[in-house]
Design a binder for this molecule. Sequence first.
Ligand code: NAP
Length: 311
Amino acid sequence: MTETMRAIVQDELGGPEVLHLAEVERPRPSLGHVLVRVHAAGVNPADEMNRRTGTFSGVPPFTLGWDVSGVVDAVGPGVTLYRPGDEVFGLLPFPSGSGAYAEYVVAPTRALVPKPASLSHIEAAALPLAGLTAWQALAETARVASGDRVLITGASGGVGHLAVQIAAAAGAEIVGLASAENLDLVVGLGAHAALDYRGDDVLGGLRELDIVFDTVGRYATDAMGVVKAGGILLSTLPQTLGDTVRVGAERGVRVAGLFVESDRLGLNALVDLVEAGRLRPLIAATLPLEEAAAAHAEPHGPGKVVLVVRP
Ligand SMILES: NC(=O)c1ccc[n+]([C@@H]2O[C@H](COP(=O)([O-])OP(=O)(O)OC[C@H]3O[C@@H](n4cnc5c(N)ncnc54)[C@H](OP(=O)(O)O)[C@@H]3O)[C@@H](O)[C@H]2O)c1
């Protein structure tokens, strides 16, 4: 008999209302994959874009969600890393492998790492996509180091609040851009200064920065005036870089647009920071799986929104 599970499914592209709970076939793990009993699934802007446009998953029906934390339920042939009962978390293959808004999801073993006991499933589900984006940008691409002067835009957001902590752990001197109500939060995360992005000429006082990490997609052009020759401008929205690639080449500034990748090494680096007390995801809101539409519809505070699949 076919086993089933509850999952959030959409049969058409559109607004949050297209997300609905359905009883669907439970997947089975194939070679090199495990079946994860999902405890929590992180929500990301990429989920919302995928819901509206199908950019990453194509034509519905499909199930959203790349961020997962849960327990290994079964292992496919050849799997030696995990056994049923192991607690794991990770980023399902991005962008093709979504499906975490469900009671069970199949994942390649090397997209996952053991969940540290110091993180709840909710916190662990908040970390992979946003944390790996920040890690791959700042640590791996920009090689942020002690004393580097770094600007992070969207510093209170899902990616930004983790990026501030990662750069602070490296010993960087950080300026974060956020809304007025989140400035104290950004300083509390380790920024040396936080600027209200609604202010006039907000980047006006900045010069000779080593790294600009734009997670908002509005600052690439202005960043050219504040990043030094030999520095780097990174964006999570490569489509917004426009002419800055050419201008950067003329000025000796590297310009890089980044798409996050599933990455076990990166996840382990994030776990090391968590265990050293240097990194903690901030949870803006938790909602039960069946309220996925509300998780997409309503604005939430700084940090990450997480769907709770098993309380
Ligand atoms: N390429 C990739 O692989 C990749 C990976 C992850 C994310 N992304 C993209 O990166 C963006 C950020 O992701 P996220 O998860 O961090 O989103 P998020 O949680 O929604 O955070 C966005 C943040 O931007 C801030 N913000 C809004 N308008 C701003 C402005 N004009 N100036 C400065 N800050 C502003 C907000 O700050 P306040 O709350 O203080 O107003 C908010 O906290 C999204 O567009 C996402 O799709 C791309």
